[in-house]
Write a new protein. Structure first.
Length: 327
């Protein structure tokens, strides 16, 4: 049985879903973020939290780019990317900010017996969104219905951005349904251990110094700094598992590979010396997405093609995160 209630954190209403084994917190007023996914015994938050967390609602904004603003208001957890992914771009006579508008869109809420339904409409693209969150045991299913209310097609980027906590994922094992690996061709950092622009077969990626890096091995919090941006490809079925090294638990992410044929793999383990992480963050994210690289709509159009929603078209898909005990 799932218990559904309204909570509060720093001035934001939360939708709290609780089963006998898990508890989930959702922020309808900010993109429908999944702020926390706690397994109750042992008590562990599967999702990563940023050092500043969910900022006080109504607090002053700091000037900067859309990327700065996104980071300022990034509490960690799990977000939706739409209609852009990665860097800011100009599209359809307006600016589509980093990772898109859905990340910060406020949703209306209807509570259900086993979850909640969130509804909103974007302003910089004519997309109407309904997001249904349902918790059954240790499985959170998010079913999204997108409708293009405009009179012309919309071409963009559609994806999800769940990041996993070091207390759960560090030193663990990542497995997935990918067959290929493509390394970002622009991201050059001191702690980056992958060959910029290289390609490999999962789980092996060409290394900057070593011959190959095994992407199944998640870095540890006491190991050397590690920073990676890679793209996982070749999914016939959309799935990724993270087996915890610290707890007898596995987090299982499932999605429709026809909608999200790729997954971005972001790894940041006490690596980046400047803004925004300052070497103080340990996180890994597996991000199902319609395309790559993480350089915005225009670059994605050239590399893999764009996600499209025809005029009046409706698209529905479900993505889920389930925590299971290891046996």
């Amino acid at each position: 049985m799932t218990r559904v209630r309204i909570g509060e954190h720093r001035g934001w209403d939360l939708v709290v879903l609780e089963s006998d084994v898990a508890a989930v917190e959702i922020v309808p007023g900010k993109g429908g973020d999944v702020l926390r996914f706690r397994w109750l015994d042992p008590d562990v938050d599967v999702l990563w939290s940023s050092p500043w967390g969910l900022r006080q609602r109504g607090s002053a904004a700091t000037p900067g780019t859309s990327a700065d603003t996104l980071i300022d208001w990034y509490p960690g957890g799990w977000q939706m990317m739409l209609p852009n992914g990665g860097d800011e771009v100009e599209a359809y006579g307006t600016t589509w900010g980093m990772h898109g508008e859905a990340w910060t869109t406020p949703f209306d809420v209807t509570l259900l017996d086993d979850g909640a339904e969130l509804a909103a409409r974007l302003t910089r693209a004519p997309i109407e969104m309904t997001r249904r969150f349902q918790l059954q045991g240790g499985r959170l299913a998010v079913t999204e219905r997108l409708v293009n209310r405009g009179r012309w097609p919309i071409d963009g980027v559609y994806g999800h951005h769940p990041a996993f906590a070091p207390g759960f994922a560090a030193g663990g094992r990542l497995t997935c349904g990918a067959t290929g690996v493509v390394i970002d061709n622009r991201r050059v950092t001191e702690a980056g251990d992958l060959a910029v622009g290289g390609e490999g077969s999962w789980p092996h990626a060409p290394g900057r110094q070593a011959d190959t890096c095994d992407l199944r091995d998640i870095p540890t919090v006491d190991g050397p700094p590690c920073e990676r941006m890679a793209y996982l490809t070749g999914f016939t079925e959309g799935w990724a598992d993270i087996a915890s090294a610290r707890h007898p638990l596995t987090a299982r992410l499932r999605w429709d590979a026809d909608v999200f044929p790729h997954a971005w793999l972001w790894t940041e383990y006490h690596a980046s010396p400047g803004f925004p992480w300052f070497g103080a963050v340990d996180a890994i994210a597996v991000e199902p997405c319609s395309g790559f690289p993480a350089q915005g709509r225009d670059e994605i159009a050239e590399r893999t093609g764009l996600w499209r929603l025809e005029a009046g078209e409706e698209q529905t898909t479900t993505i889920s995160l389930e925590v299971q005990e290891q046996h």
